[in-house]
Design a protein around this ligand. Structure first.
Ligand SMILES: Cc1cc2nc3c(=O)[nH]c(=O)nc-3n(C[C@H](O)[C@H](O)[C@H](O)COP(=O)(O)OP(=O)(O)OC[C@H]3O[C@@H](n4cnc5c(N)ncnc54)[C@H](O)[C@@H]3O)c2cc1C
Length: 471
């Protein structure tokens, strides 16, 4: 028997057939990335049901020198959870490790296991009058372990930060099978390097996250969701600053170009344009309050009226009810899905300093479209965080291999523009395998050296998600 077969047999022997999936049809959906760009190969998915089972599997994997690829909901955008194409690794699914261990309004902490789906945590928090304030389009399938391991952001970062600010502690199984227990939620703990922070955003390369202590905030008492039409990203940033100077309630601010809105209207059933006229750009604004007496809707209406008078926006509508508010958000959340249906799209999740972003979006799009005739470039997303998804769609006549030839040249151009603007080629999606070469090409040598040293110190056998993140 080879090493993989021995490991599979040992895991089946100890934890039963539920813990091992070997049927090719059951493996297939989990062996490619969400966008269907990277196709891996693996002989089995190992599916433990508890931290203790993860410990045993990691120990066995180390003993047999079989690499593991941790996986949650497989919604990541950098193919970090996709196994290598040569079949050299097994998938380690955390989806069965999925209990909310505790949740308390008094401590404002929830302890959720890695496989808990984000939407499930939202419901659990709501049930105790609290809220976990991170959300994103994949909330129905992405997991707490994946969100932690990619340091995910989402649409509420403006007010609450990324996972890094919302994680109070991490429990993880390290590559030698030892457990790091950081779930106490201590506000103060200065015992040297923070392993919790090291594991956040590690993309499964330093260990397996098994549970996370998460910070909660009071539930929303009411919210106002508005859709505005404007002439440029510069006007959108002006609107954000105008609102922020007058209220502390804004927590979501998403930029949407007309082109993205058109795609959603074309491909996603049941969507309708929020405004009657056509606008080159749109901003989706969400303001919330936990204070029942606070008329946040009236406040937003008054402020948008003033923004209209000041010539910052051209038009605006405030959702009349929760269903309409959800319909506005659906447009934003479905942009990636609409692009996926439309055809080949290069996704660049980039950040530059916030003030430089409006000019960057316009100039970089013009430069890319000039250099590669027929493609369509546009940026949408979290303008207030200086982070947009700068996406480039292939021309309609593009051949199937477009990603690897012209696509690669476009990505290099975008990444060079981002680097020249002092930005990051991965704002929130991580490096995974899709961005590893570009990361190696553009990151300062000191950064790469430190990453390699940390990886080697914690995972000398290289069994944790090899080929990802670390060049
Ligand atoms: C429609 C859509 C919208 C999105 N919007 C946003 C957004 O606004 N902001 C944003 O930041 N991201 C966004 N994402 C991507 C986001 O990164 C993922 O949704 C989420 O963070 C990954 O969770 P997952 O459980 O699917 O992880 P996976 O895709 O399974 O894994 C992601 C990475 O984490 C590692 N990993 C997973 N679980 C563990 C674990 N338990 N221990 C160690 N490593 C682990 C994997 O090896 C991989 O490297 C979006 C994705 C989709 C499909």
């Amino acid at each position: 028997m080879d090493a993989q077969a021995e490991l599979i047999a040992a895991v089946t022997d100890r934890f039963g057939p539920k813990a091992v999936i070997t049927d090719a049809r059951d493996i297939e959906p989990w062996a490619s990335d969400w966008r269907g760009r990277v196709h891996g190969r693996t002989r089995a998915i190992l599916a433990p049901a508890s931290t203790e089972e993860v410990v045993e599997i990691v120990r066995l994997a180390a003993e047999h020198r079989v690499p593991l690829v941790p996986q949650g909901g497989n919604t990541g955008m950098a193919a970090g959870a996709t196994p290598p194409g040569d079949g050299s690794a097994l998938l380690l699914s955390l989806r069965r490790v999925n209990r909310v261990r505790s949740i308390s309004a008094a401590s404002r902490i929830a302890v959720a296991e890695a496989g808990v789906i984000l939407a499930t945590l939202h419901e659990a928090a709501h049930a105790v009058g609290m809220r976990f304030p991170l959300t994103l389009g994949a909330r129905g399938s992405c997991t707490i372990g994946g969100l932690t391991s990619t340091n995910a952001g989402g649409t509420q970062v403006l007010r609450f930060g990324t996972m890094r600010s919302l994680v109070a502690g991490v429990e993880a199984v390290l590559p030698d099978g030892s457990i790091h227990s950081g779930l106490s939620g201590l506000k103060k703990d200065n015992r040297g390097y923070s392993l919790d922070q090291l594991l956040i955003g590690a993309e499964g390369t330093l260990g397996v996250v098994t549970a996370v202590a998460l910070r909660l905030v009071p539930a929303v008492a009411s919210r106002a969701v508005a859709w505005t039409g404007l002439t440029s990203p510069q006007k959108a940033l002006e609107l954000l600053r105008f609102l922020e100077a007058r209220t502390g309630s804004v927590e979501g601010f998403e930029l949407v170009p007309q082109d993205s809105l058109d795609l959603v209207l074309r491909h996603i059933p049941g969507t309708r344009p929020p405004l009657s006229g056509t606008h080159q750009w749109h901003a989706l604004v969400e303001a919330t309050t936990a204070e029942p007496q606070h008329d946040v809707s009236g406040e937003v209406e008054r402020l948008l009226g003033a923004a209209l008078e000041h010539g910052i926006i051209d038009d605006a509508v405030i959702a009349a009810n929760e269903a309409q508010a959800d319909a506005f958000w659906k447009i934003r959340d479905e942009i990636s899905e609409a692009e996926r249906i439309e055809g080949q799209t290069l996704a660049h999740d980039i950040s530059v300093p916030v003030d430089a972003m409006p000019r960057f979006i316009v100039d970089a799009a013009a430069e890319v479209e000039r250099a590669f005739p027929g493609v369509i470039a546009s940026g949408f997303g979290h303008l207030g965080d200086g982070n947009i998804h700068f996406h480039v769609r292939a021309a309609s006549h593009a051949a199937p291999g477009w990603y690897d030839d012209e696509g690669a040249a476009i990505t290099r151009m975008v990444d060079d523009l981002v680097t020249a603007a002092g930005g990051s080629i991965s704002a929130e999606h991580g490096i995974g395998q899709l961005k590893r070469d570009e990361f190696a090409r553009l990151a300062p040598p000191g950064r790469i050296h430190a990453l390699r040293a940390i990886k080697h110190a914690l995972d000398p056998l290289g069994i944790m998600n090899p080929g990802k993140l670390v060049p």
